[in-house]
Design a protein around this ligand. Structure first.
Ligand SMILES: [Zn+2]
Length: 130
């Protein structure tokens, strides 16, 4: 597995706005929707994760995550159950998503911090379509 520096934008400024894909403009995450956040990943979305786990794993990220020894459920259901005893989880999802992002060509990551004190960070990875 090759690694490279991770291009990451970290912000807390846009927590109350929908997140659109920088590649195609599709709305991929809407935290302003009533109830649960709405996830509508586009073909450029690698993953959507929080500090609690992956919410979405796309086809480009899946083999990278599996190569780390993390089992991914077959059906892409929300809140994928992963093998929590894997050492990759010890680093936390910020570091884990860094690893995934660094392993995919031209990938970049947005880290959206939740409002203090209890907000969770959300990590969304993108890569241009091949
Ligand atoms: Zn897109």
């Amino acid at each position: 597995m090759t690694t490279q520096n991770v291009s990451c934008l970290t912000t807390t400024a846009f927590n109350d706005h929908p997140l659109h894909c920088p590649c195609c403009g599709a709305r991929v995450l809407d935290v302003t929707a009533p109830g649960q956040p709405q996830l509508t990943p586009c073909p450029h979305t690698l993953y959507i994760a929080s500090d609690e786990g992956f919410e979405y794993i796309g086809p480009q990220a899946r083999p990278v995550i599996e190569a780390l020894g993390i089992a991914v459920d077959g059906d892409m259901a929300p809140m994928l159950s992963c093998a929590r005893d894997n050492e990759a989880f010890d680093e936390g999802f910020n570091a884990l998503t860094d690893r995934v992002t660094a392993s995919i060509d031209d990938a970049f990551k947005l880290e959206l911090g939740g409002p203090a004190p209890a907000g969770l960070a959300v990590y969304v990875g993108f890569a241009p379509a091949r």
